[in-house]
Structure formats: structure tokens, C-alpha cells
Design a protein around this ligand. Structure first.
Ligand code: NG1
Ligand code: ZN
Length: 559
């Protein structure tokens, strides 16, 4: 690092001293905390993004959001060149940067890291960063901090993309680095064109349309509803009513949104008796999670159609298209290529969904909680579908399956309208509709809508694919959650010794069909308990019993 760069960093960072007594960590989803604590963290994340851009010689994204957290929180995460999460290999550096106590220590850390990672700071490639933020009021001042961080790296160029959903920013970063059109309008065009293409391929679309009435969407009082208002008008004959946009009276994520609906299984604000029987959906605060629900006649209660059921719907549709290609292949050609389809879940997936998917003959694998793990695993398949029960997920298409489909498409173009040609066109349209960088509530919603039209199913039909096992989630505050070490995709506690045996004994003694696990949260200072059992009462009582075990072994942190 030359002297000019060093003095620029020293001067600029002296305006962003970290808050005293706060330790931040780049958790499951970047840095998150009360927004008043974050100016120095976001400034430093700006530096990190610029260094990552120099290292990869690619465009990097920086998103200011705290997703489904309360409105007074905020956060920051980095999008890597492929639009995915920051490489895990850089997370420890992100932690040290955020916690460096003064400008001298900060510059020393950067200097050491730049040397270790062989980052050339003047090789002619200027760092380039795309910036986005959600609707949180604190976003503007934090955006300014990010800009100052980026500008403290000589030559760095930044593009403020304005208020966006998190998946839009990830999409833009990926598109930019692939040399494709990458503005917000390009996103809207690609997604809406692919949706319309899927609808055109439905054998009897107008009949299907009659079966599917309005969709009502809860926008969590955030950015997702605002963007959906724009997107739906580009989708042609699609009737969506958006409630809880950011322009209304409601507070972001308060009594609304996908996290609230999924965890509480409760009706969001703005919905009531008049919505009984309607197809409803909920987005989270930055629109990377999506769940559907059906309002029951006893108001406030809902039938939840969660991420597992979205995954199941997608898996059925993709499998149907692949089967069409396979059947044709056996009869007429001898194409040796058979795409591997896989689905990825976490331990929070409802056991009934896993049984259903396995019954379909699908390859189902599990990873630890956190999109970065699911995404990585799904990318090992030709077509990998991943979803968390909370509604975050997508479908990944490998380069090889895309080339195979494109090649088939050009060979078949002469038999336009054939069953096989339609299946190929559907798969290609899905690959363009569904976000390849990260889970995206808006593109996921359009794919759900297209598949429901395709199958002619109501939300009731979809919900009845299988019946969820009763489940219960609890949080336990303990002295030190990092004392809990897990294995086997977080389903077994290996430390402290004895807890797992106690959980097993409790489960085996009273809940013959029960399943329960605990793990430390990556986004909150708690241990999460998840229980499933034959009845809701049993699930509640198993979760409570295991919460007590956790408390006994780990000590209450509430003192
Ligand atoms: P933690 O706090 O590590 O459980 C939560 C969600 C994850 C993921 C992240 C990121 C649950 C049980 N956990 O993680 O699935 O979405 O937040 O937002 O929903
Ligand atoms: Zn989110």
C-alpha cells in the first residue's frame, strides 16, 4: 500500500470510530445490529467490498438491509462476483475489520491482508461496487458511510442503485459480471418476459386462468410490495393486489411479513375476514423470502404454505418436464445426458415434506442452516432446488444443463409446439425467471403463479400435497451460545457432552414419532429449539422440555 493510500485511509477512518464495547460478527447474513451502532461497520464493509473487487477484478455488491428484523435494526452484506454470498474464506477478515479499535489498527489489518491475499492496489483495474438499500430510514446515512468506505480506496468506482430488494442487487451483480444487461429495468423485463413465456406454454391457459382468482400479497411494509406493483403490470393478465407496501401507515415487519406469518402462523395486519379462502402470499422486509397462506374461517388463523411446499411444487414441475424429455429420449434418440435433479433442505424442513420428496424418488440432501450452505450444495446438481422452511430458496441450473437445453432447443425449433419442445422451452424460461444468484421472493412468486396456472391447482390443492407434521420452534437465551457445537447438518449436539443424550432420552420416552434438535442461532444471541411430533400438544411439550434441558446444561443468560 503506498503512502497516499495509507494517509487517505487513516484520515477517512478517523471519522468512523467503532462503538465501544460492541463486538460484531459477519454471521449467517452479514453484519446486523441496532442501526445506531452500524456507521463504522458499514464504512468498513465499503472498504472490504472495494478490496474484494480488486482481488476478483469483478464488480461486487454491497446491500444495506436487516431483512425481517425490526425497523430500528439495520445491516450490511456483500455480494460476490457470481451474485452469491461473500466467500466464507473472507469472513474472518470482515470480522477483524469491523472490530478494529482505531484507524492505525485498521490500516495495519488492511495492509497485512492485502499482502497475504496478494491484492494489487494499482494494477489498472479500479474497484467497482454496486450499492443497494432497503426502505429502512437509517439506510440513507449508512449508505453515505458505505460510499465513504469505498471512496477511501484510490480509484474505486461506485454506482448507487437506490432502493432495491436484496435479490435484485445480487441479480445485478451477477448480470454485470456476465456482461449481460443489468439495470433494474432489465431485471423486470427478464423476469416478466420469462413469466409470460411460461404462461404461453400452458396447454389451456385461458381455462386455467378462470380457476385462479386474485392473489393478495403482504409486502411487509417494505420494498418488495413496491417493486411488485411495478412488476405485475409487466406480466400481462396477472391479477395481484398488493397490501402493506412501504408507502402505507404500517411499520416494516411489524405484525406483517413472511417471517411473522411463518413463525407465528398468524394473519398479518391488513388481512381479515374478507380474505377467507383467498390465495395470499407474504414477502419479508427485503423480499428474499416468500410464503403463501390461506385465511381460515376462524379469523387470525391461517393454513401456512411454507418454503417446503414451494420447494415441492417446483420439484414436481421440474421433474414433470425432465420426464417428458426422458421419455422422448428413450423412444427416439440415444442422448447419453441425464440431468441430475437434487433438492436441498435443512433440519427445519418439515418431516412430512422430506418424506413426500423422497417418495417422488428425488435425491434429498441436508445442509446446515444458512443460504450459503444450501446454495453451495444445490450447485453440485445439474438442476438443484433449495429452500429453507422460512421461504428462502431458488432453483439453480448448471452451465452444462443450460447448454444441453439450448442445443435441444435449436435442434427442435422446427417442431415448435411439440411436447418435447415445450418442455425444453419451459425449463429455459424457468432458468431465466428464477434468480440464479440468491432466493428471490418476487421471481419465486411468479414461478408459483405460473405453475398453479399450468397445473390448474387452487392453493387448497397445493396445500394438500402433504400434511405438515405439527411443529414448534422456541428460543432460549443462554450464557454462551457458542458453547454448543453440532454435527450432522446441525441435528446432533456434540458439545457440551450429555445434552444430546438428554434430548434423546426425553424424545424416546414420551414421543414415539417425535424429532427435536437445538442449535445456536447465527443471527440472534439465542439457542433455537425445533420440535416435531404427532400432535401440536406433543410438539409444544417436547420443545418446552428440550428448552429446559438446554437451560439446565447451558445456564440462563437472562441474569
Ligand atoms: P439463524 O438465526 O441462524 O437461525 C435465520 C434463519 C435462517 C436464515 C438466516 C438468515 C430460521 C430457523 N433461521 O438464521 O434460515 O434465513 O436467519 O436470515 O429460520
Ligand atoms: Zn430477507
Amino acid at each position: 500500500m503506498n503512502e497516499h493510500q495509507r494517509s487517505l485511509l487513516l484520515e477517512s477512518s478517523s471519522h468512523f470510530l467503532p462503538p465501544k464495547g460492541v463486538k460484531l460478527s459477519y454471521g449467517t447474513a452479514g453484519f446486523r445490529a441496532d442501526a445506531t451502532l452500524l456507521r463504522s461497520t458499514v464504512y468498513r464493509a465499503g472498504i472490504l467490498a472495494a478490496l474484494r473487487s480488486l482481488k476478483t477484478q469483478s464488480v461486487i455488491g454491497l446491500m444495506i438491509t436487516a431483512s425481517h428484523n425490526k425497523v430500528s435494526d439495520n445491516g450490511v452484506k456483500i455480494a460476490d462476483p457470481n451474485g452469491g454470498m461473500l466467500s466464507q474464506h473472507w469472513e474472518p477478515f470482515a470480522d477483524s475489520l469491523a472490530n478494529a479499535s482505531d484507524p492505525i489498527q485498521l490500516v495495519q489489518l488492511i495492509d497485512d491482508f492485502v499482502r497475504k491475499e496478494l491484492i494489487s492496489m494499482d494494477n489498472g483495474y479500479p474497484a467497482e461496487i454496486l450499492l443497494g438499500r432497503d426502505t429502512r430510514p437509517s439506510g440513507e446515512s449508512l449508505l453515505d458511510a458505505a460510499k465513504q468506505g469505498i471512496s477511501s480506496i484510490i480509484g474505486a468506482v461506485l454506482h448507487d442503485m437506490g432502493i432495491l430488494t436484496t435479490p435484485q442487487l445480487h441479480w445485478m451483480v451477477r448480470a454485470r459480471n456476465m456482461g449481460m444487461k443489468s439495470t433494474e429495468n432489465d431485471y423486470f423485463q427478464q423476469v416478466s418476459n420469462s413469466y409470460r413465456c411460461l404462461v404461453k406454454l400452458i396447454p389451456d391457459a385461458s381455462k386455467a386462468r378462470k380457476l385462479n382468482d386474485n392473489l393478495v400479497v403482504d409486502g411487509a411494509n417494505g420494498v418488495g410490495g413496491d417493486k411488485l406493483e411495478v412488476l405485475k403490470d409487466l406480466c400481462g393478465d396477472l391479477s395481484i393486489e398488493v397490501r402493506n407496501t412501504s408507502n402505507g401507515e404500517g411499520v416494516l415487519n411489524e405484525g406483517v411479513g413472511a417471517d411473522f406469518v411463518q413463525k407465528e402462523k398468524f394473519l398479518p395486519s391488513g388481512f381479515g375476514q374478507g380474505d377467507v379462502g383467498l390465495r395470499c402470499a407474504s414477502l419479508d422486509g427485503d423480499a428474499d423470502r416468500l410464503v403463501y397462506f390461506l385465511v381460515k374461517p376462524d379469523v387470525k388463523m391461517i393454513d401456512l404454505v411454507d418454503g417446503d411446499k414451494i420447494l415441492s411444487l417446483f420439484a414436481l414441475f421440474i421433474k414433470e418436464q425432465l420426464n417428458i424429455l426422458k421419455d422422448n429420449n428413450d423412444e427416439k434418440t440415444s442422448d447419453p445426458y441425464h440431468p441430475r435433479l437434487g433438492v436441498v433442505q435443512t433440519a427445519y424442513a418439515n418431516g412430512a415434506s422430506t418424506a413426500y420428496l423422497k417418495n417422488l424418488g428425488l435425491d434429498v440432501v441436508f445442509t446446515a442452516t444458512g443460504v450459503k450452505y444450501l446454495h453451495e450444495k444445490a450447485s453440485e446438481y445439474d438442476i438443484g432446488i433449495y429452500f429453507e422452511a422460512n421461504g428462502h430458496g431458488t432453483i439453480l441450473f448448471s452451465d452444462s444443463v443450460l447448454s444441453w437445453l439450448e442445443a435441444k432447443n435449436s435442434v427442435l425449433s422446427s417442431c415448435s409446439g411439440s411436447k418435447v419442445q415445450n418442455a425444453v422451452s419451459r425449463l429455459l424460461a424457468v432458468s431465466k425467471l428464477i434468480n440464479q444468484a440468491v432466493g428471490d421472493a418476487l421471481s419465486g412468486l411468479l414461478l408459483v403463479e405460473a405453475i398453479l396456472l399450468h397445473t390448474g391447482w387452487s392453493i387448497q390443492n397445493w396445500s394438500e400435497l402433504y400434511k405438515d407434521l405439527p411443529s414448534r420452534q422456541l428460543k432460549v437465551k443462554v450464557c454462551d451460545r457458542t458453547a454448543v457445537i453440532t454435527a450432522n447438518a446441525e441435528t446432533v449436539v456434540v458439545q457440551p457432552a450429555g445434552i444430546q443424550e438428554a434430548i434423546n432420552t426425553e424424545t424416546a420416552a414420551k414421543y414415539p414419532h417425535g424429532r427435536c434438535f437445538i442449535r445456536p442461532s447465527g443471527t440472534e444471541d439465542v439457542i433455537r429449539v425445533y420440535a416435531e411430533a404427532a400432535t401440536q400438544e406433543e410438539a409444544n411439550s417436547l420443545a418446552n422440555a428440550v428448552a429446559k434441558i438446554a437451560d439446565q446444561f447451558l445456564g440462563s443468560g437472562s441474569s
